[in-house]
Design a protein around this ligand. Structure first.
Ligand SMILES: CC(C)(COP(=O)(O)OP(=O)(O)OC[C@H]1O[C@@H](n2cnc3c(N)ncnc32)[C@H](O)[C@@H]1OP(=O)(O)O)[C@@H](O)C(=O)NCCC(=O)NCCS
Length: 425
């Protein structure tokens, strides 16, 4: 079976998380992703948060599946020569260096476009054009400047960042979409183009509903926010809404049996209007179906605390899974708060390929997240991340067409680092 992106060659000049997330997705779809890494060190995440001494970290292995690695010093003149050969051969160059770093290596868009007019240059930066365009940015900074932190957490507490890596992996996803769109455009224009994703923009795109609320504030309080029912006035900006639902159907996280000792014995419960009568029956409040304070969504808004306290009295008598089963039977939207341990042990996620076990030569077997995007005609097969420089020789030989004597010269120049050897053909 052909892979969707078979034949697409990616010069993967990414590191840490945002860029690697993007190129990993493209690799899962079948692109040949050639990761260029600094000899001896490689992507900094190889050594970050190491759980096993001397073994590529899970940080690295879980973000770099299905790729090939070439160790190349792009500050060595011979290394620069090889890099340009890669530029000529590949379809897409993906990078997430600090602003200016690519140009300092001599890779300006003008030069890249002149050498390979079909090449797409895809970049992640922290900010787009503006006062902060030269700044380095990591995940949590992006969450703070993109509107996520100011709108996450509780009204009475400090701003909060999310466990979901919406700045890094979120921007990687945006970039991947930009790349396949540019590849499609190239099929009729014949030309590459630049794809730029700023992490601030990516986070803001995911916080779209909060910018919606910012504008709604001009016309009165946000009535679906708990603080409305609690009688706390709104200021001039969107407040943190705790676990209130972001949509028009009020929802909360409620305690379930065992909450006193289990930090995840909770369920998310949504009082969807169409399910309201069933909710009243399930929790044993059938008179609420017609009661003036509870019968309509508008009437319920000032009473959300009271309503959810009553529902919680019901959920606290059940485990989160028991509650889920009963509520699903009535089509009432809800979801248990799953711990990472519960997710890691989830059989259905393993069956669907969203969780996969992968073998690694120095690490052994480990669990990872597979491709969450399922294509019916070209399913993703997850293969391990490369060792540093593992494919240097085959890339020089098979992708770039260097002869044996040329490869020896490249190795002797030091461009491949000290450990690289060119074996005789
Ligand atoms: C993530 C980030 C903060 C990391 O910063 P950093 O560790 O200081 O790394 P930089 O990107 O600044 O620099 C990389 C350097 O390594 C060099 N380098 C990279 N690969 C190389 C190679 N194969 N051979 C030789 N040098 C190499 C670059 O040329 C650059 O050197 P220079 O600064 O002297 O020009 C920064 O890259 C960044 O802001 N990226 C954009 C936003 C982003 O993606 N952030 C999220 C990361 S998950």
């Amino acid at each position: 079976m052909n892979k969707a992106l078979e034949g697409v060659k990616i010069l993967d000049f990414t590191h840490v998380q945002s860029g690697p997330t993007c190129t990993q997705l493209l690799a899962w779809f079948g692109a040949d992703v050639i990761k260029v890494e600094r000899p001896g060190a490689g992507d900094a995440t190889r050594q970050q948060l190491q759980d096993l001494p001397g073994v590529d970290s899970l940080y690295f292995t879980m973000l770099n599946h299905n790729k090939r690695s070439i160790a190349l010093d792009t500050k060595n003149p011979k290394g620069v020569e090889v890099l340009w050969r890669l530029v000529s051969e590949c379809d897409v160059l993906v990078e997430n260096f600090a602003p200016g770093a690519l140009a300092r290596m001599g890779l300006t868009w003008e030069k890249i476009h002149a050498v390979n007019p079909r090449m797409i240059l895809a970049s992640v930066k922290g900010f787009g054009p503006g006062p902060y365009e030269d700044c380095k940015v990591y995940e949590n900074v992006a969450q703070c400047v993109g509107g996520a932190a100011s709108t996450t957490g509780f009204r009475t507490d400090i701003p909060m960042v999310s466990g979901a890596q919406i700045g890094d992996s979120g921007t990687g996803l945006h970039l991947a979409l930009g790349i396949v769109t540019a590849l499609y455009h190239r099929t009729h224009s014949g030309l590459g183009q630049r794809v730029d994703c700023a992490m601030q923009d990516g986070v803001l795109n995911l916080c779209r509903v909060k910018l919606r609320d910012q504008q709604r504030l001009a016309h009165g309080p946000l009535k679906e926010y708990s603080q409305y029912g609690e009688g706390f006035p709104f200021g001039d900006t969107v407040p943190r809404a705790g676990n209130d639902s972001g949509g028009g159907q009020p929802g909360r996280i409620l305690k379930c049996k065992g909450w006193e000792t289990d930090p995840n014995a909770y369920i998310y419960f949504i009082t969807q209007n169409t399910a309201w009568e069933k909710i009243c029956d399930v929790i044993g409040e059938p008179t609420w179906k017609t009661h003036a304070d509870y019968a309509t969504p508008k009437a319920r808004l000032p009473h959300l605390n009271e309503i959810f306290t009553r529902i919680e009295a019901w959920t606290m008598a059940k485990t989160k899974f028991e509650a889920m089963e009963i509520l699903n039977g009535f089509d009432i939207p809800c979801g248990p708060i799953l711990s990472m341990k519960e997710i890691a042990e989830d059989e259905s996620l393993r069956r669907s390929g969203t969780l996969v076990e992968v073998d690694h030569p120095t690490r052994g077997r480990y669990l990872t997240v597979g491709n969450p995007i399922k294509l019916s005609a070209s399913p993703a097969e997850v293969t391990r991340s490369p060792l540093l420089g593992e494919h240097t020789e085959e890339i020089l030989r098979d992708v770039l067409g260097y002869s044996e004597s040329e490869r020896v010269k490249i190795a002797e120049s030091g461009a491949l680092g000290a450990v690289q050897r060119i074996a005789a053909e």
